[in-house]
Design a protein around this ligand. Sequence first.
Ligand code: ATP
Ligand code: MG
Length: 405
Amino acid sequence: MGKDSKAFPLPLDVLHILEVLHNAGYEAYIVGGCVRDMLLNKLLSYHINIHDYDIATSALPAEVCALFPRTIPTGLKHGTISVLLHSKTYEITTFRIEGSYRNHRSPDSVRFTSSLKDDLKRRDFTINALAYAPHCGVVDMMGGVQDILKKRIICVGEPKARFSEDALRILRALRFSATFGFEIESSTKQALFSQAPLLQNIAKERIRIELEKLLCGDYALSVIEEFREIINLLVPLRGDVSILGHLSVRKAPIVWVCLLYGVRDEASNILEHLRFDKKSKAYILTLLQYYEFPPLMDKSALIAMIVHLGGREGAREILQDLFIIYQAQNAEAIKSLQSSLEAIFNSKLPLSLKELYINGDDILQMGIQGKRVGQILQQIFTATLTHELPNEREILLQYLNTHFL
Ligand code: ATP
Ligand code: MG
């Protein structure tokens, strides 16, 4: 507990909740990730945006409910009550000890306790076993502050046993290392390798979520290199993934594409296996299709690509993502491609049927029906793309009348 760390600014609602619990005679703290992130910002000048404030208290769930007018029993069995304040929810969890674990994932039972220390002991890593309240500052019973300063990840308790209780912690360790650039301490590291096969017990959705956070970390590449053997149990790692170290933006679809390029023939199956939703899967597969940097792409090839991707509206997001990938492959050459792209986007050229200044109705009004409507529209679209015709309504209508009536 340090005086200097007493003054963390907290949102007013969070202060209010802590105060209500405190005034009613209970202990109450913010705990876990939010305390860790506040300390990372303060001690190591990181820039982490803190969004979730988890609150832990000695009050029992029913006692929490009695203190706040609007509550939802979100995870009653595990002691979690959500409190609604100013249309936001805040999770308040009673201090607890976890019982024996089932399937290397979730505890069979939980037992409530009035001891903060017991609650901190069940947490995964020392850096996550921190609590804070304005009246007492940071509560550090497991040495988490020291480990933040030393930039290291250490299990609370005996690493092998902790990973065996819940194998997801293996991936969480790698994820925290990849996001914060922290070393994993040697006995924790040893246990990571020896317990890694237990990851097969973990639900694929959970694996996907953690792996995605890992891949989005600034230090993902070195973690993948060091723990290749473990990641390989989850996603086959073949080929070169060093591009992950060159990305200017790390976001979900892009990092998956960079990871999967070496196994692109299996990508569809892998995404399926990791329970990706249909839309994200399709998006990643499309990015994979265009992954290779196109050094000889001239203007017309670029236009064809935009048309294929759905025109100005449809292609914008995917092109932005592709250019992040291309830039990581060849930062110099991307510049001319980028300026050609801007010129095309700023031109009047229609890049999808929707952008043509005539539509199916205009053709129907001429008395043409059926399949022929679409064919004519396509023909005119192609003619504007190749500059045989300008995309101007009057000229296109006139062309329709003279050629198709
Ligand atoms: P993030 O920044 O992703 O939210 P986090 O550490 O806050 O990271 P959460 O899943 O929000 O992760 O969990 C909140 C806290 O609960 C953790 O900081 C840790 O103290 C504890 N915790 C979460 N998952 C586990 C786990 N699998 N085993 C033990 N403790 C856990
Ligand atoms: Mg959290």
